[in-house]
Design a protein around this ligand. Structure first.
Ligand SMILES: Nc1ncnc2c1ncn2[C@@H]1O[C@H](COP(=O)(O)OP(=O)(O)OP(=O)(O)O)[C@@H](O)[C@H]1O
Ligand SMILES: [Mg+2]
Length: 272
């Protein structure tokens, strides 16, 4: 059973420190919900774990079993069994989705998969995800709808079978039926013993995939680590109790920034 271990992780982007000492352990076989207010570092954490070059790790370490993850390039992290389903997947014109998927699958095998077998697996996975097969033959994410992009991330996950999949707001943009389809795939992978770190702002997805743990990130740190009751409470009451019961002050720099830059009545109302 593999374990992803994050110890006192600090990371910056363009000189601004976003992660300020993250400690977190995820075991293969666990499904962990990662919650937190907007702009507090959740996506940054996932990008740093996966090795996005934009972020500079200034302190701390990440281990996947005995492997020092921070020393490895992105493809090696993927081969270890880590996967990131992105919040905003990029469009890559000219790269055919199925070619990209096949290359990713082959990168993890000693002998390349035959074209026949690959298309068999791809056909089955697209059917499970109720995706039109033509999405697999188009340029990667180019012109895909929001929901199609998210399903395509899950398609990649299905083909790569990671030990720990990190899914960043995979439910945003999915209609209710599509969310159930995606949840079914996640549940199938869970039953096979795979681990998940799932970011979502809404209880609906969590109600479908039943996380075993919930952790909350505020101001670039994990401030709460407990059972599923945490996301139920956040869904019903928001984050205020974390301030009143745990004494964690929730910095609101970005909301203040938005007030100045956007300045619409709606925004002003919502931040009162
Ligand atoms: N180039 C940059 N310079 C300064 N700050 C940045 C830069 N890129 C990202 N940030 C800031 O990093 C912070 C953390 O962003 P991140 O995307 O990790 O938040 P999040 O917790 O995933 O939020 P959400 O729930 O909205 O997705 C944000 O305040 C964001 O504005
Ligand atoms: Mg995010």
């Amino acid at each position: 059973m593999s374990t992803l271990k994050i110890i006192n992780l600090h990371a910056s982007v363009d000189g601004k420190e976003i992660l300020k000492g993250v400690n977190l352990e995820i075991h293969e076989g666990e499904t962990v919900a990662l919650l937190g207010p907007n702009g507090h570092g959740k996506s940054t954490l996932l990008s740093v774990i996966m090795g996005h070059p934009r972020y500079e790790v200034t302190e701390g370490s990440i281990y996947f079993d005995d492997k020092n993850v921070l020393e490895l390039p992105v493809d090696e992290r993927s081969k270890l069994g880590l996967f990131l389903g992105m919040q905003s997947p990029s469009e890559i014109p000219g790269v055919i989705n199925s070619d990209f998927l096949k290359a990713a699958v082959n990168a993890r095998r000693e002998k390349p998969i035959s074209t026949y077998n690959f298309y068999k697996v791809l056909d089955q996975a697209t059917k499970e995800l109720k995706m039109p097969f033509d999405l697999a033959t188009r340029s990667l994410n180019e012109g895909f709808s929001g929901g199609e992009k998210k399903r395509n991330e899950i398609l990649q996950m299905e083909l790569l079978k990671p030990k720990i999949a990190m899914l960043d707001e995979i439910d945003s943009g999915l209609d209710v039926d599509a969310m159930q389809v995606v949840a079914d795939v996640i549940n199938k992978e869970k039953d096979e013993g795979h681990g998940f770190l799932v970011i979502s702002h809404y209880a609906r997805l969590y109600d479908m995939i039943h996380p075993t743990r919930a952790v909350v990130m505020i101001n670039g740190r994990i401030v709460l680590d407990g059972g599923p009751e945490i996301f139920k409470r956040i869904d019903q009451t928001g984050y205020e109790f974390i301030k009143t019961e745990y004494g964690v002050n929730i910095e609101k720099d970005d909301i203040e920034m938005n007030k100045v830059s956007i300045g619409t009545c709606a925004v002003k109302e919502s931040i009162k």
